[in-house]
Design a protein around this ligand. Sequence first.
Ligand code: 5MM
Length: 331
Amino acid sequence: MTSNNLDEIAKSLVAPGKGILAADESTGTMTKRLDAIGVASTVENRSKWREIMATTAGAESAISGVILFDETIRNQLPKGSMIADLLRKKKIHPGIKVDKGIVKFNSDEETFTLGLDGLTERLEEYKKLGAVFTKWRAVYKVEKNLPSAAAITANSVGLAQFALLSQKSGFVPIVEPEVLVLKGSHDLKKSKVVTEKVLKDVFHWLKQFGVNFDSMLLKPNMALPGRDCPNQTTAKEIARATVEVLRVAVPKQVPGIVFLSGGLTPDEATEYLKTMNKIYRNLPWQLSFSFGRALQQEALKAWSGKSNNVKATQAVFLVRAKKVSAARSGK
Ligand code: 5MM
């Protein structure tokens, strides 16, 4: 795949009105989601849930790509098809989470993301399974002296190595440095400072490693006050703070910023994305989404593991996908 092809894929993932569904929950996270609706976390149920979303008629008008988990991309569906084929038929790009999760780093408080060992070989396999883009998530806590410089740099270097290897193997990397901004009592200013510090370091290392900015996407958190902060802010303040951070940290060549929802409610995540796109019309990058919980939460509840609920579930999923899609143009 030439870098031109990768540029085209990156652009199409953030085409107007479109964004990404993050359905790459690892088994542990998916088990928590299914436990919450009283559904057993079996391979069949995990796969069924992803199939329900992938086969929602009309979802392709709002969703340009779906991030899958290793188990999902390899699993054959009951009728013999593979989920990547179903997605491709709808002109939705299949993507794959390639990190192997987080381990403790430096202290019990911080983490480092694993997955570089054997990555090139795994990428060859994922290519055969139909994926065209990849994702890697690093996680940072906000506390008085956190994140530490060591954790920031270690994770930036990991993200940069992942992004470079992905591009070399013909994939568009989605670089996800997630600052857990909703946890805690810090204010918007602190959230902004930490997010800016992390993003600047990430781009410093992406540049050092020679990652092509035109063929990648950034998946950051929005700048938000912690849930326990006594000074909660308006959508406008959040939108302004978030875009101010991006302006100083993200190179113009990056085609798109695809926000994570990070524990916001579906309405909050949609509202903040809408507000950013309403206020800022001439930014160098597209402001889009790669939501997990904010796209799935309502539909998962509607499904509750019952086959009789599938139609209603898909209707709920489509309504939210369309709202988030409309938020791309500030509506
Ligand atoms: C969907 O969840 C993804 C995988 O998480 P785990 O490896 O912890 O199971 C996660 O990377 C996700 O893509 C992002 O956090 C965005 O999801 P939210 O729910 O924050 O929008």
